[in-house]
Design a protein around this ligand. Sequence first.
Ligand code: ATR
Length: 276
Amino acid sequence: MLTTGTKMYGVFGDPVAQSRSPLMLNCAFRTSGIDAAYAAFHVLPDQLEQAMHGIRALQFGGVNVTIPHKVNVMKYLDEVDEGARMIGAVNTVVNDSGKWIGYNTDGIGYVRSLKEETRMMIAGKELLVIGAGGAARAIVYALAQENPQKIWIANRTLSKATELAQALADYGNIESVSLDELSSHVQVDLVVNTTNVGMFPNQEQMPVPPEFLQQNMVVSDIVYNPLKTKLLQEAEIKGCQIHGGLGMFIYQGAYAFEYWTKRSAPVEAMRNILTQ
Ligand code: ATR
């Protein structure tokens, strides 16, 4: 029930009707006994500025922003956290006593999910990230904070992988590699697909050939529709430990919840409501 004390939150996107964040975050508030509510707002690109003014005036606690606002929202914030600045995108905005601060919880959400769900140690390991778009940038940045031995970036368009590796060079040993040279050049402990290859309705596709997968690898996919992609199915056949994409969505929301409320997120309740 909403009260006069209810703190308002939401997600800005275009489109936004498909978002499962309201389901997940309202569950989190309810489970934690916090008087707050979270709604989806269809904000068109040319109305983002007015929408940001609107939530300041209404003293929202914060919002998530999704496609196509993750870059443009930065113009309307008082401060952007270093990680979000390096990633070049904000997905979580926090009203800190009237100061509006932008964060990116996608990459750190991914890493927390990977650690919680696989128990993998990232420090000292060789990692392969497939893809060089926005999701890859957030994930490479966050993985680099965990002190891996090396991060390889492979991408259909090699030049974009090379640009991304150079852009994040200050954060670790990061190098691009062409998809064709993977098998001969690269021995890794973790493979992460950050592209939409394998996503519905192209469930039969996978971003690397099955021969590349070896039993000792952890194989991870940020795609969560389907929950078990072709990549993960093939990895499972090889005996790899697998990690699906739902956790990234859950933990990016868990971090947003924690930044807003300064309480630990009820992660299991959030997962249950999504998988019901
Ligand atoms: P996101 O924000 O989800 O990362 P993006 O920034 O558009 O989206 O990046 C999409 C990534 O998926 C890119 O790495 C893209 O490869 P290119 O740089 O070569 O375009 C990759 N990608 C998309 N469709 C692909 C496909 N069919 N095969 C291989 N890679 C694909």
